[in-house]
Design a protein around this ligand. Sequence first.
Ligand code: AMP
Length: 397
Amino acid sequence: MITIDQFNFKGEKVLIRVDFNVPLDVDFNITDDSRITATLPTLNKILGDGGSVILMSHLGRPKTGPEDKYSLRHILSHLSELLGKNIKFATDCIGADAVELAAGLVGGDVLLLENLRFYKEEEKGDRDFAQKLASMGTFYVNDAFGTAHRAHASTAIIADFFPGKKAFGYVMAREVENANKVMKAPQRPLTAIVGGAKVSDKILIVENLLEVADHIIIGGGMAYTFFKAQGGEIGNSLCEDERLQTCREILEKAKAKGVAIHLPSDSVIADKFAADANTQNCNSNAIPSGWMGLDVGVSACDDFKNVLLNSKTILWNGPMGVFEMDAFSKGTKTVAEAVAESTQNGAFSLIGGGDSAAAVHKFGFDDKVSYVSTGGGALLEYFEGKTLPGIAAIVEG
Ligand code: AMP
């Protein structure tokens, strides 16, 4: 892997694609700065070497050009505070102003460019736009894993202009290294836990995991389509009828490949989708009409725990139930505890963003798992077996 550790940046003007897409409140205060703080080691390494830095990011989803609420100006003072220095700001990411400010940078200087997505050319992966950005720097670093699955101008196309002078920043390198601990030569047994609401969102990942995993635990709303596919009664539980055949195919393929699929044998069922619903525990393939499965049941928790405590590598994506409501959070909490315990016993555990990361956080296990990815969509696509343009652009020369 080509990382910034393999270079000295003295005298270089380094264009860094970062993910500063942070949440802002109505007064434009940053409510969670973790995406900014995550990149500080990368910035400090380059600045410490005596390089200067040109930061490129998007913020939000501007539709029709510049909009004040999506201006990166709002993060300027906080970034300046975190880095302990004044930061220059270019109000147009490719304008004459930006070119002039970039030209005047000396070692240790930082220039932040305005929101790249004020130009539609960014998301279109426009080559001329990428070239204009590229012309301001002498080296390209990608440290934005969250957009690595997009072939945008600043995430992939720009890399063409820096043969031999491009590398991953630390955020990106860490994400790829950890994902590879699961996908490439994992310690076995490898168990993947897949949950969440919809089969359709997770089909590609499950299919790809059939190639590498020893065990796949399937929980959450998506499990009920699997039960119905096998002739079970699932009451009013979530179900995607158009995916029944896919579920059957997955089960057959798993059998042929010797991958053990673990579905929740029982469920916590409710008479309505509400925190104060009446609940009971019942077999997942015999749910009475009018009731719905909102969490995995007591026996399922024991089964899943047993598999996890015997695993050496664990990937977790998606909750086991409606964990946002206490009455249906036990399955997800049990899995979080088992992942933490297994990690303590020496397993490597990767939590795949989104709701699973939120669940691990809610139950206080952030520090008890090996790695919580910030990747979201990018990580999912990686586990689906896709080549991420942001990675390919650096790796492929
Ligand atoms: P996803 O975004 O596909 O990972 O789905 C996460 C959402 O699935 C969470 O908000 C959960 O509340 C929801 N969920 C999990 N299990 C169930 C279930 N059995 N029925 C309905 N929703 C569920």
